[in-house]
Write a protein that binds this ligand. Structure first.
Ligand SMILES: C[S@@+](CC[C@H](N)C(=O)[O-])C[C@H]1O[C@@H](n2cnc3c(N)ncnc32)[C@H](O)[C@@H]1O
Length: 239
């Protein structure tokens, strides 16, 4: 598979998002994307925080799950994304939530429209790779993750990862080419975007590189928790 453009036009990809975006994701991952999003959401909802920002919120799946699990704290939830198409879907999804209202904000993660130390925790689900890999603004974005957190605040990132066992890594990478680049492209009609998804997943940084990148902007206690035999991971870091 050919390498896509060195800095892909992400905003365009996510603005031309297909109408069946959520369904294509569930299909490609056999619903496992949602399982680990739910797991991270449960941890966040149970962590006694009062404010949370979902960075690259997309269709709002993470904040939606946090709101469903937050029966005690009434966490103030925010979702940021630079795609208005995605934010419209997120608003629609979260409208019927009985409590924990979510505020969606249009903006870029490299220059977030929030004051320093605004949130007790922040997180990101499946948008971390978009921001940390093949992105000319990576350093600025990680700096923003740090800036908007209160001291002691925790940053959570759920993302694809590289399985340590080589045959499993090979299987995973082959699956990404078949399921994402071909099937995702076919179902969405947007081959470029799904080819980028497969390429960036298969070449994404290892845990040591991610730890270094987060520590460079000041984070401490960076922890990597592999799930699904290392095909995905939840990374946590503390300000
Ligand atoms: C793969 S989707 C993931 C969406 C969602 N978090 C989820 O769990 O499904 C990545 C999202 O990140 C957003 N995104 C990527 N780079 C961004 C940036 N620099 N600033 C704001 N949003 C960004 C995209 O618009 C897209 O909605």
């Amino acid at each position: 598979m050919n390498k896509p453009a060195s800095s892909p036009p992400l905003q365009q990809y996510f603005t031309e998002v297909p109408p069946r975006y959520d369904r294509i994701n569930r299909l490609m991952t056999w619903g496992l994307d949602q399982r680990y999003r739910r797991r991270m959401a449960k941890t966040i909802a149970g962590s006694k925080i009062r404010s949370f920002l979902d960075i690259g919120t997309g269709t709002g799946d993470l904040v939606y799950q946090i709101a469903l699990n937050d029966t005690v704290n009434s966490i103030r939830l925010w979702g940021l994304d630079f795609s208005e198409t995605m934010l419209e879907k997120a608003e629609k999804k979260c409208m019927p939530l009985p409590h924990s209202p979510v505020t969606f904000v249009h903006g870029d993660a490299s220059e977030m429209p929030f004051d320093d130390e605004s949130f007790e925790a922040a997180g990101i689900a499946y948008a971390f790779r978009n921001m940390m890999f093949m992105n000319t603004q990576t350093h600025q974005i990680t700096g923003e993750y740090y800036r908007i957190l209160k001291p002691g605040g925790i940053f959570y990132a759920l993302e694809t990862s590289q399985p340590a066992f080589p045959p499993l890594q090979w299987l995973f990478h082959t699956y990404m080419v078949l399921a994402a680049a071909f099937l995702g492209g076919l179902l969405s009609g947007n081959y470029k975007a799904y080819r980028y998804l497969a390429w960036s997943t298969n070449h994404f940084h290892d845990r040591k590189t991610i730890e270094k990148m987060l520590k460079e902007v000041g984070f401490i206690q960076v922890r990597h928790h592999p799930v699904l035999m290392g095909m995905m991971a939840i990374t946590t870091a503390t300000k």
